[in-house]
Design a protein around this ligand. Structure first.
Ligand SMILES: Nc1ncnc2c1ncn2[C@@H]1O[C@H](COP(=O)(O)OP(=O)(O)OP(=O)(O)O)[C@@H](O)[C@H]1O
Length: 276
């Protein structure tokens, strides 16, 4: 019972976001962007320069736990190691009144999730492959720096005009580091979650498979009373894209690295046969 009581206190009291208008150190909060599993994100402004930033606060209930400030410090380290216009820029990391904050550049644009589900954007097979290739190029930039993002999903990709950006490095890990922040191993998780959270290029490749599926389903029309089938039966795909998806989703032997995927996508876009 005490866990239910604690959860109520955390949700309604301990983890209440700051209100717009609150000043935290040198930052004025304009808007609460969201409250995720580990942190609270705000749109804020530097009080001196007026620069628009995203401020992430460690959930107060997680302070001192492995998913608290240590996890945020790790995200700060990942962002500090990057310098690329398609990723948020690290700006600051500080403790203020015993709360922990990470400041990064605010990326403009709309998420792919908004484009698909609110604006009903539709992607042809070629457009979907082109989009996934562009995201794969960003993932390549990360993998070359030994960073596995582990959260490449439609809400974390922003499109600003023609500029594509990848955000939310909260789960990113450097190759060679453990998958979890605590001493827990992934062994107790279901197989799919183990794959998604592995600190290995395969986890981002698997996520890109789901990303491609979301784009391909954007033009799919469900008929009244139709029963659910597998994606291979529901989508009318070219053999090349079907083969690429099967490898991404690990129905067939997976690509060993992101370069192999980019090569397959490039061959498809050039109209050449993909060798399996
Ligand atoms: N650098 C950024 N620029 C623009 N928007 C951002 C940026 N970082 C996060 N956001 C937006 O803020 C909101 C919350 O971001 P956050 O990274 O906390 O993700 P979350 O998925 O809600 O939380 P969690 O990953 O902790 O479960 C999201 O809507 C996200 O699009």
């Amino acid at each position: 019972m005490w866990q239910t009581v604690k959860r109520w206190i955390d949700d309604n009291w301990t983890n209440r976001p700051h209100k717009p208008g609150t000043v935290i150190a040198n930052y004025l909060i304009d808007e609460v962007l969201g409250s995720g599993s580990y942190g609270i994100a705000y749109l804020a402004r530097h009080t001196g320069t007026g620069q628009s930033v995203v401020m992430k606060q460690v959930k107060p209930s997680l302070r001192g736990s492995p998913k608290g400030e240590a996890m945020q410090a790790y995200e700060a380290r990942v962002l500090q190691s990057l310098s690329h216009p398609a990723f948020p820029r690290f700006l600051d990391h500080f403790t203020w009144q015993r709360q922990h904050y990470l400041i990064m550049s605010h990326m403009r644009g709309e998420t792919l999730e908004t484009l698909l589900f609110e604006r009903s954007a539709g992607f042809t097979e070629r457009e979907a492959v082109t989009m996934v290739k562009r995201i794969a190029m960003l993932v390549l930039h990360l993998h070359e720096r030994r960073i596995i993002h582990r959260d490449v999903r439609i809400p974390n990709v922003l499109l600003d005009g023609d500029r594509l950006q990848l955000i939310d490095f909260g789960l990113a890990r450097f190759l060679g580091d453990t998958p979890a922040y605590s001493a827990d191993s992934l062994d107790d998780y279901p197989a799919e979650k183990q794959l998604k959270r592995a600190v290995h290029p395969h986890s981002d490749l698997y996520a890109l498979g789901h990303f491609l599926l979301f784009l391909l389903y954007s033009t799919y029309e469900v008929k009244e009373g139709q029963e659910e089938k597998s994606w291979e039966e529901e989508l009318s795909l070219s053999p090349a894209v079907r083969a690429i998806l099967r490898r991404l989703l690990q129905h067939d032997p997976p690509y060993q690295n992101i370069e192999e995927l980019i090569d397959a996508l490039t061959l498809y876009l050039q109209g050449k046969t993909v060798s399996f």
